[in-house]
Write a protein that binds this ligand. Structure first.
Ligand SMILES: *Cc1c(COP(=O)(O)O)cnc(C)c1O
Length: 362
C-alpha cells in the first residue's frame, strides 16, 4: 500500500501528461511562456482572485511574498509552531523573527485567541498555515490583523482547493501561497509553487522578484531570486488542474469512509462548520501513537508523523528561548498525531485494511 499513490494518478492521466510534456519538448520553451501564464490565469480563476504568480517551490513563493512586503530585520511575524519548517524558515531568511503562538486543540491550526498577546510594536504580519488541508480561522484572524493594522498571509501549501464559507483557500486574506510538491493536494513532478492575490501591485512585484529583481531586461530595481516555475511543471499542472475538482471530491469520499470506519476508535480530524478540507493529510491522534504506527507498519500500512517536533523545540530556534510549557497544545499534538494513507485514488479495500488494522491495534 502506498501512503500517497502518485503512480495511480499518473496512470489515470498518462496520455494527457505525456502529450503535454512532449509539447514543451517540441517547442523547447522551457522558461516562462504560455504554459506558465495559462496556469497562473487558470488557477487564479479557480481560487477566485485576480492574480497568480508561479514559483519554483512553495518555499520560494512564501519567501518572495515576504520580500515583496519588505519584511526584514527588526520585524516580527506571528505564526504557528505546528507546521513544516519552511513556514518559519522564510521569516528568518528575510531577517525577521518568527513568533510562535499556540494552536487550537481540535483543528491544530493557529489559535486566534493566542494572537493578540503576541503582538508587539515590531509585529508586521500574521502568517497562519492551513494545516492538513483545512483553512485556519480567517474570520477571526483577519479581524485581529485589521484591528492592529497587520498584513495576513496564508501558508496554503497544504490547502490548495480547500474552502471556507464558500471561498477558496488563498482568497481569504491579502495573499496565499501554495506548493506543488508532488505529495501536496495539487502536485507536479518536481518542485513548484504559486502565490495568489487580488493585489495587482503585489503580483507585479512578485514577478520582478522571481526574476532577479528585474523590471525590464537587465534592469534591476531590487534584489530578487531565481524563483521561476518551469514550463514542463506548468504543463503537467495544467493537465492535473482539469481533474482537480474530481480529485477533491474523491478525497472527500476517502475521508468520509475513514471518519465512518474509525468513529469512536481513535481521535479523528475535526473539520469546522463552513470548512471544506482537501485532506492533504488524514491525521488521527492517539496517546499510543508509537505502538499504533508500529502495528500498522507490521500490517504493511505506511504512516507518517506531521510533525514530531514543534518548531519552537527545533535546535535552530533554541535561541528564541521558549520555555518548557510555552506552547502546550502544540506539544501535545506533536506527541499524538499520526497520518494515514490518503490520496484520491485509494481503493475501498485498502481503506478497509487500514481501518481493520487500527481496530485490532487499539
Ligand atoms: C510543503 C510545505 C511548504 C513548502 O513547500 P515546498 O514546495 O516544498 O517548498 C511550506 N509550508 C507548508 C505548510 C508545507 O506543507
Amino acid at each position: 500500500m502506498q501512503f500517497i499513490d502518485l503512480q495511480a494518478q499518473y496512470q489515470a492521466y498518462k496520455s494527457e501528461i505525456d502529450t503535454a510534456i512532449a509539447e514543451v519538448l517540441q517547442t523547447s520553451r522551457y522558461i516562462n511562456g504560455p504554459n506558465v501564464e495559462n496556469l497562473e490565469k487558470g488557477l487564479a480563476h479557480f481560487v477566485g482572485v485576480e492574480r497568480g504568480v508561479g514559483f519554483s517551490s512553495g518555499t520560494d513563493a512564501l519567501l518572495a511574498t515576504l520580500m515583496a512586503w519588505n519584511i526584514g530585520p527588526g520585524d516580527e511575524v506571528i505564526t504557528t509552531p505546528f507546521t513544516f519548517i519552511a513556514t518559519a524558515e522564510v521569516i528568518c531568511l528575510v531577517g525577521a523573527k518568527p513568533v510562535f503562538v499556540d494552536i487550537e486543540p481540535d483543528t491544530l491550526n493557529m489559535d486566534p485567541a493566542c494572537i493578540e498577546a503576541a503582538i508587539t510594536e515590531k509585529t508586521k504580519l500574521i502568517m497562519p498555515v492551513s494545516l492538513y488541508g483545512q483553512c485556519a480561522d480567517f474570520d477571526a484572524i483577519n479581524a485581529i490583523a485589521k484591528k492592529h493594522g497587520l498584513l495576513c498571509f496564508e501558508d496554503a501549501c497544504q490547502s490548495m482547493g480547500a474552502e471556507q464559507n464558500g471561498k477558496r483557500s488563498c482568497s481569504l486574506t491579502q495573499a496565499g501561497a501554495v506548493s506543488f510538491f508532488p505529495a501536496k493536494p495539487m502536485g507536479c513532478y518536481g518542485d513548484g509553487g504559486m502565490v495568489f492575490t487580488d493585489d495587482s501591485a503585489l503580483a507585479d512585484t512578485l514577478l520582478e522578484i522571481r526574476e532577479h529583481g528585474q523590471s525590464a531586461r537587465y534592469q534591476h530595481g531590487r534584489i530578487g531570486i531565481n524563483g521561476r516555475l518551469d514550463a514542463i511543471q506548468a504543463a503537467i499542472l495544467l493537465v492535473k488542474a482539469a481533474h482537480f475538482e474530481d480529485e477533491i471530491e474523491a478525497r472527500q469520499k476517502v475521508a468520509q469512509r475513514y471518519m465512518d470506519g474509525l468513529k469512536g476508535v481513535v481521535d479523528l480530524p475535526v473539520i469546522r462548520p463552513g470548512n471544506k478540507s482537501v485532506f492533504a493529510q488524514f491525521t488521527i491522534r492517539s496517546p499510543e501513537r508509537v505502538q499504533l504506527a508500529e502495528a500498522l507498519g507490521k500490517a504493511g500500512i505506511p504512516t507518517a508523523v506531521h510533525y514530531p517536533i514543534p518548531l519552537h523545540r527545533q535546535p535552530v530556534f533554541a535561541d528564541l528561548g521558549y520555555s518548557e510549557d510555552a506552547l502546550p497544545v502544540a506539544d501535545k499534538a506533536a506527541s499524538q498525531v499520526l497520518s494515514l494513507p490518503m490520496h484520491p485514488f485509494m481503493q475501498q479495500s485498502e481503506q478497509d485494511q487500514v481501518i481493520q488494522a487500527i481496530k485490532s491495534a487499539t
